[in-house]
Ligand binder design. Structure first.
Ligand SMILES: O=C1O[C@H]([C@@H](O)CO)C(O)=C1O
Length: 488
């Protein structure tokens, strides 16, 4: 339950757990991979993930151990989205007054590959009306399988913006893993995947062996303007270029949230998963709102929009440096009369460092409360990702969270995860134990939203952290501290 236990400086979050790695520098991440599962890694500075800095990280079970399910082979799908505009220009637009929103991505990608109708963009390519692309570049990813076998599909999403839905023509999927935790198996014909999440599903290749089949990934939660990404489930020995006889499966309507909720609600812990402690000592409610600061559009948590300091928290807190960040205690709650169904009455907000100090080893509940954005009748999906911990998902609800909703929490088999979604106008309740010494980001995994301030920082047991590698401290005030200590 404690990723990066004992190595909080190897978590990779610039300004939180370490200094950003400068151009041409090398930084070696050393940490213990103590839990088998489907994961991925990515840059956590600016919007480098959207620029393509990511990859899969699959942890196998230790020698002599067994997964609680059987399969004959495995396939790995890392899903992402792709913009033609470079991320510096995207970030500039997002920080501009007025906001220049990035819009929808031009493609969805499966293992870095996607489809794009280049002729649509011909007018954008100087001096050319033709579409220049290398042969094969836009071909669907081929997933080679044998008939009548069971395959484990590992699926993760590192999208910048898009929420996704995945389906395979004629093949039902048995969901068995979520974010590196085994779940009680259940069958679906399509599944939602939010940025930051990972799953394993088992499929059986029991369809007519003379055909190939489409796997399709489409957009959810935002009006789709991006064509689905396609892969081909290629039954051997058919040629991979033998096109499936029917059309690719179509994602459910983008705003069919009942469909998305029914999928999320089905995810429950597999028997034998650790259960949550019953008595939280603290409940923090985090209201997610879209706001304005000096004419710029931001996202705020309890009316504070996250900005990160030049000196990473892990170092400045461990060495008790003064004035390294604004350490005012952020609010634990939001106004009783705040109407989550309407745009904010007073949209103006402030910036801050949003550091929640947690008592070491204490059990904490967080209620993530969604609300209306700046425009009427708009509330978006936000997948929240917690570093340094798995948490139990205790429940979801529509509208504003009320005290009596606590009685409906699932304490029997809540799933353990590290990413969970808040649905439009809804709330999601999670519980975790603050038992991992370090400073941890907790944020919306939609990269432009994090860039616009949608996150908080959790600090626990920082005094217990020892031997922070100097390479993680060589910037800001900890950089100065290192120089003072080493100059004659
Ligand atoms: O953060 C966002 O900004 C835009 C829109 O709200 C303002 O243009 C959008 O769709 C977001 O998700």
């Amino acid at each position: 339950l404690r990723p990066q236990l004992g190595t909080p400086w190897a978590d990779g979050t610039a300004s939180i757990s370490q200094c950003a790695i400068d151009p041409e520098e090398t930084f070696i991440y050393e940490f213990k991979v103590d839990k088998p599962g489907t994961y991925f890694y990515h840059g956590h500075y600016g919007m480098q993930r959207a620029a393509g800095l990511y990859g899969s990280l699959i942890v196998d079970v230790a020698d002599g151990e067994k997964e609680p399910f059987d399969y004959d082979g495995e396939l790995n799908l890392l899903l992402s989205d792709w913009y033609h505009q470079n991320v510096q220009a995207q970030m500039l637009g997002l920080s501009s007054k007025p906001l220049r929103w990035i819009g929808e991505p031009q493609s969805l990608l499966i293992n870095g590959r996607g489809q794009y109708n280049c002729s649509l963009a011909a007018h954008l390519i100087p001096g050319s009306r033709t579409c220049k692309r290398r042969r094969g570049e836009c071909e669907p990813v081929v997933l080679r399988v044998l008939p009548n076998k069971t395959y484990r599909l590992r699926i993760a999403s590192t999208t910048s913006l898009s929420s996704l839905n995945l389906a395979i023509e004629h093949h039902k999927m048995m969901v068995v893993e979520a974010d590196g935790n085994y779940v009680e198996p259940f069958f679906v014909f399509d599944m939602d995947i939010y940025s930051g999440e990972s799953y394993s599903v088992l499929i059986t290749t029991d369809q007519a062996p003379s055909s190939n089949y489409w796997l399709s990934v489409g957009v959810r939660g935002r009006l789709p303007q991006t064509q689905p990404a396609l892969a081909i489930l290629n039954y051997q020995p058919n040629s991979p270029s033998k096109l499936p006889s029917s059309k690719p499966p179509i994602a459910p309507t983008w705003n069919d949230y009942a469909h998305s909720k029914s999928f999320s609600y089905k995810i429950l812990a597999r028997q034998g998963t650790p259960k949550p402690p019953t008595n939280p000592v603290r409940q923090i409610a985090l209201l997610n709102t879209q706001n304005k600061i000096n004419g710029c559009t931001k996202w705020s948590i309890n009316n504070i929009s996250l900005v990160l300091p030049p000196t990473p928290y892990l170092g400045s807190m461990r060495y008790r440096l003064k004035n390294a960040f604004d350490d005012r205690k952020p609010p634990e709650n939001f106004a009783k009369d705040y109407d989550v169904m309407k745009p904010p009455k007073n949209p103006s907000s402030i910036q801050g460092s949003n550091v929640y100090k947690l008592e070491f080893n204490s059990t904490v509940d967080v209620i993530l409360q969604n609300a209306n954005a700046l425009s009427y009748n708009v509330s978006e999906i936000h997948p929240w990702h917690l570093h340094g911990h798995d948490f139990w998902v205790l429940g979801y609800g529509d509208g504003r969270f009320s005290k009596k909703d606590v009685t409906k929490f699932n304490l029997r088999n809540p799933p353990l995860r590290n990413t969970v979604v808040i649905f439009p106008y809804g709330w999601t309740a999670i519980r975790f134990v603050a038992d991992n010494p370090g400073v941890w980001a907790f944020h919306c995994h939609i990269e432009p939203h994090l860039h616009m301030g949608m996150g908080v920082v959790l600090a626990e047991g920082v005094e217990l952290v020892n031997k922070i590698p100097k390479e993680t401290l060589a910037c800001g005030m900890t950089g100065k501290m290192l120089m003072r200590n080493h100059l004659p």
